[in-house]
Design a protein around this ligand. Structure first.
Ligand SMILES: [Ca+2]
Ligand SMILES: [Ca+2]
Length: 327
């Protein structure tokens, strides 16, 4: 009896540590508490050059938009997708809503991987083939199961999914703000990754550009994380260790669109409470790096961006479900 009570107490305690909700598309959401954190990075180019010796020095001079480090307060708890949105979940959305993703609606397609495609023979020299009608969220050129993160979706497509869920479930869904994303990714840490400062710590925590991916892009061999994370392309969501708040794949697998417009100098003027990004702009921020991203660009503070109609083999999404009062 004593053992039984002990087990019950343990289970109750575990449930209160990670509160989880599920929705109609079988997405799970983890409760992220309100709180404060330091956003951004002020690492010196010298320490970066020491720890990422394979990258050219000028790469470290181009990170002004990660600073200054500034205090941010997230004033309301929210529910964050525990995983990236998957191919299967996106398909159910398409089937139920009739929504036509931009890559199909505008007839120009997406990007994709092809074993015999040679970037050096193309005008742009892009690592992937496209845009091409053969490619879309349905087909990025490599094999994906229904439990892999959906890619080749635009910011507008991500918005459409959030709006549809809001309408059909009567709960408000949206993309995370950039501040919410970094707050959730850090989960209390100040290090480069939630797994520590050492890029090698990502082997257990993230699907990024490793020795397996480098087999397909041999000219980038030097940039690959030493070792094998087990996936040359996307991995099923949730295969890697979560951060302290129970979120998986915040580093790697698919880049994640956030709601903010990007501006290089935004952190200088960011409000402390619930920053929403600049009021307008031309490009939307994406965060976290992907299966094809070098460790340096998968850091918690790293910011990248694209036009809202961009679709790419590396870019996907994760949703926020807003908390009800008292939840
Ligand atoms: Ca990998
Ligand atoms: Ca990710």
């Amino acid at each position: 009896m004593k053992t039984f009570l002990g087990l019950t107490a343990f289970l109750l305690a575990s449930a209160s540590i990670a509160q989880v909700q599920h929705n109609t598309l079988s997405m799970s959401f983890v409760k992220i508490p309100a709180g404060e954190f330091l956003m951004g990075s002020d690492e010196k180019p010298e320490t970066m050059a020491r720890d990422y010796p394979q990258l050219p020095r000028e790469r470290f001079e181009l990170l002004q938009d990660e600073g200054p480090v500034h205090r941010v307060r997230i004033t309301k708890a929210f529910w964050m997708g525990r995983h990236e949105v998957t191919v299967g979940q996106f398909r159910r959305f398409i089937q139920a809503s009739g929504y036509v993703p931009e890559s199909e609606a505008d007839g120009t397609g997406g990007y994709g991987w092809r074993a015999d495609y040679d970037p050096s023979k193309t005008r742009r020299g892009d690592a992937f083939e496209g845009r091409d009608k053969r490619y879309s969220w349905r087909n990025p050129g490599f094999q994906q199961g229904d439990d892999h993160p959906v890619v080749n979706i635009t910011w507008n497509d991500a918005q459409a999914l959030a709006d549809w869920l809001t309408k059909t479930e009567g709960r408000r869904y949206r993309l995370p703000t950039e501040a919410e994303w970094e707050y959730a990714a850090r989960a209390g840490t100040r290090s480069r990754y939630h797994s520590g400062d050492d890029p090698a710590s990502l082997l257990k925590a993230a699907n990024i550009f490793d020795a397996d991916s480098a087999r397909h892009w041999p000219h980038w061999q030097a940039m690959a994380l030493a070792g094998h994370d087990g996936f040359a392309f996307t991995a099923p969501v949730g295969r890697f260790a979560p951060n302290a708040w129970g979120l998986h794949d915040m580093h790697g697998n698919a880049w994640e669109w956030v709601s903010d417009w990007h501006a290089d100098d935004y952190y200088k003027n960011s409000p402390v409470d619930d920053p929403q990004g600049p009021p307008d702009g031309g490009v939307k921020v994406r965060r976290g790096g992907s299966w094809h991203t070098w460790a340096f660009y998968a850091r918690s503070s790293y910011r990248n961006w694209n036009a809202p109609d961009t679709r790419y083999t590396l870019v996907g999404m994760r949703l926020v479900r807003e908390a009800l009062p008292g939840e």
